[in-house]
Write a protein that binds this ligand. Structure first.
Ligand code: NAI
Ligand code: AKG
Length: 480
């Protein structure tokens, strides 16, 4: 018996209507530049703002198997208007909420939608996704994707996209500000003045010139930070599980301990994974230099906060800046207290600690660029089935048929990666002319895309039904 998800999705891909012709859709495979300022560019159907790679010059047909207004999108967590405008410009139904939702409300809403857009707070667990019977695709309007059960999503043919580096610069700049602020105890001095106290001190206040910055995780953010820190006269060392090319005169060190023993400032830029949980805990604080500083703008689980509190009380750590926490409030105005994290009051009572509400990527430039990048990826996936940039499905693309190419259809078949599938699929497609075909796999999941010609509207149902009947099938979509 067909799963309700499949029936709902089938309803979309069975609707037989040739879509209107549009201007040339081109593809953006790189983050738009950070100074992208046009909230409306790219909002017209089939055009993509900030495109850096147009893979077919002439006019192309926009492939859609449905009426665009049937597509329901839920955007949570105040997704930037650049993204909202692109999705609305396609004619999709877009519901926009400023905050994340408690799980019961999320489950209620996710049942109904084909697309969900989130940022870092909304947890799309297997339990939540199991209720999302219509869901085709998830857009994470941020870098991190740890909040989504990527494996469950892939196994159920739900694509996940993110914006891999549009906010990296914003995070790196925040960290530079924090390094100086901690070295000069700016947070404490400012707080004292706000309370009416003049406290002019130089003891244990330092220049950052000549100090060593230890970067844990030398990816997009870590390497960007490396450049900025060197420009300010710091020596940079980094630790990463991968061997990575050093930028400038930075040096990779072989172990985390080497880094902790040498660094005056330790800053964390790793993803949330089982390996990075409590990456910095009691043992690691022991390795740190007395009077050094810790900055965490990665994920809250990476630092053992009770251990940090002890290390700061003992003077081992002279200051810290935290932007992320194991449990974060759902919305602005909510409280950050012991109800959320049992140690919150102790943390707030420490000296020289900068606490920010997960604002590392919160700049106008970053949010605008992320809005464009993720919304464009969603449009490409919904309208053309292109998975380039997906974090959980194989990355597959084909150039779209031109407007003159009639009687064409694009078959998308997401399936379990088991032997013999291609043969069976090609038997089904054999009655038509297969113009182009591409297939790729990622672990247990494979994604096949074929553009076929010589297809009549009445053939489409048969193709779908035959593909749906294969035991390897996860999702079938036919776009035309
Ligand atoms: N505070 C904020 O607003 C923001 C926070 N973030 C967080 O920052 C994290 C890092 O971002 P990017 O630099 O863009 O990621 P990235 O993927 O470009 O780089 C992460 C680096 O960490 C390394 N790594 C992974 N596990 C490691 C381990 N156990 N030990 C040492 N190195 C390890 C990887 O090899 C990689 O080089 C994101 O995953 C996200 O969680 C990202 C953007 C904004
Ligand atoms: O600004 C946000 O919503 C989340 C930023 C972040 O942590 C990320 O991009 O991974």
């Amino acid at each position: 018996m067909a799963h309700p998800r499949d029936i709902a999705r089938s309803a979309l891909s069975n609707a037989v209507s040739y879509s209107t012709l549009s201007v040339s859709p081109t593809a953006t495979f790189h983050s738009p530049t950070a100074n992208f300022h046009s909230p409306t560019a790219g909002s017209q159907p089939g055009s993509f703002a900030g495109s850096s790679f147009a893979y077919r010059p002439g006019p192309q047909r926009q492939l859609k198997p449905f009426n665009t207004e049937d597509i329901k999108i839920l955007l949570l967590e105040n997704v930037n208007e650049t993204g909202r405008n692109i999705l609305k410009g396609q004619g999709y139904q877009v519901e926009f909420l400023k905050s994340s939702l408690p799980e019961p409300e999320l489950i209620e809403k996710i049942r109904d939608v084909h697309v969900i857009g989130i940022r870092s707070k909304t947890k799309l667990t297997a339990k939540v996704l199991a209720e999302a019977k219509n869901l085709l695709v998830i857009g994470c309007f941020c870098i991190g994707t740890n909040q989504v059960d990527l494996e469950y999503a892939a196994k159920h043919g739900i694509a996940v996209f993110n914006s891999p580096f549009a906010n990296s610069r914003s995070v790196a700049e925040l960290v530079i500000a924090e390094i100086i602020s901690l070295a000069r105890q700016l947070g404490d001095r400012s707080l004292e003045m706000h309370r009416g106290t003049w406290n002019k001190v130089s003891a244990k206040c330092w220049e950052i010139r000549g100090k060593t910055l230890g970067i844990v995780g030398y990816g997009h953010i870590g390497s960007q930070l490396s450049v900025l820190a060197e420009a300010m006269g710091m020596n940079v060392i980094y630790y990463d599980i991968l061997t990575l090319m050093a930028i400038g005169t930075a040096q990779q060190v072989p172990t985390l301990e080497h880094l902790l023993e040498q660094a005056d400032f330790v800053t964390l830029h790793v993803p949330e994974t089982p390996e990075t949980k409590n990456l910095i805990s009691t043992k690691q604080f022991e390795h740190m230099k007395t009077g050094s500083y810790l900055i965490n703008a990665s994920r809250g689980t990476v630092v053992d906060i009770p251990a940090l509190i002890k290390a700061m009380r003992s003077g081992k750590v002279a200051g810290a800046a935290l932007d992320v926490y194991p449990n974060e409030p759902a919305a602005n105005g909510d409280y950050f207290t012991n109800d959320l994290n049992t140690w919150a009051e102790d943390l707030r009572g420490l000296n020289n600690i900068i606490l920010t509400p997960h604002i590392g990527g919160s700049t106008e430039e970053a949010q605008r660029a992320i809005g464009v990048e993720v919304a464009e990826a969603l449009v490409r996936y919904i309208n053309q089935g292109i998975t380039v940039g997906s974090v959980n499905l194989p990355e597959v693309t084909l150039r779209s048929p031109g407007i003159e190419d009639e009687d064409r259809a694009r078959v998308i078949y997401i399936h379990r990666n088991v032997p013999g599938v291609l043969r069976k699929v090609n038997e089904i497609l054999a009655e038509h002319n297969v113009d182009k075909q591409i297939s790729d796999s990622k672990g247990d999941i494979a994604y096949l895309m074929a553009d076929i010609s010589n297809v009549k509207t009445e053939d489409i149902k048969e193709i779908r039904d035959n593909l749906d009947a294969l035991s390897s099938r996860i999702i079938t979509r036919v776009l035309y």
